[in-house]
Design a protein around this ligand. Structure first.
Ligand SMILES: C[C@H](O)[C@H](O)[C@H]1CNC2=NC(N)=NC(=O)C2=N1
Length: 99
């Protein structure tokens, strides 16, 4: 099981991923897709990355706005796995022209 990161480590890593913020035991970002179906493509690509990593986000879809929430449930907090998937989500969002 991955170790949870302490508050300072979470804050330090968030500085490298400015689209993300902390909410309790999770990190979260909103992605605004150019079109609804582009948002669904983003969700599909994130789902594939999540399966590859065996680490899965909570995803909220509202028209063109996607919200991704990452936490390591088995560890009861935020771990390096969450930041690795966060970076992958940033790359996928950028590739699809999302903000
Ligand atoms: C057995 C498998 O590795 C676990 O159930 C994984 C699957 N995906 C997961 N995703 C997230 N976000 N947290 C987990 O603890 C987790 N556990």
């Amino acid at each position: 099981m991955a170790d949870t990161l302490d508050d300072d480590a979470v804050a330090e890593r968030l500085r490298g991923l400015p689209a993300w913020h902390r909410d309790g035991d999770a990190i979260r970002r909103r992605v605004r897709a150019p079109e609804f179906l582009t948002g669904i493509d983003i969700v599909t690509d994130v789902a594939r990355a999540a399966e590859d990593a065996d680490h899965h986000p909570d995803i909220d879809i509202r028209w063109r706005t996607l919200t991704f929430t990452l936490s390591t449930h088995s560890a009861g907090g935020i771990t390096g796995k969450d930041f690795a998937l966060a970076a992958a989500i940033d790359e996928i969002a950028a590739r699809h022209g999302a903000e």
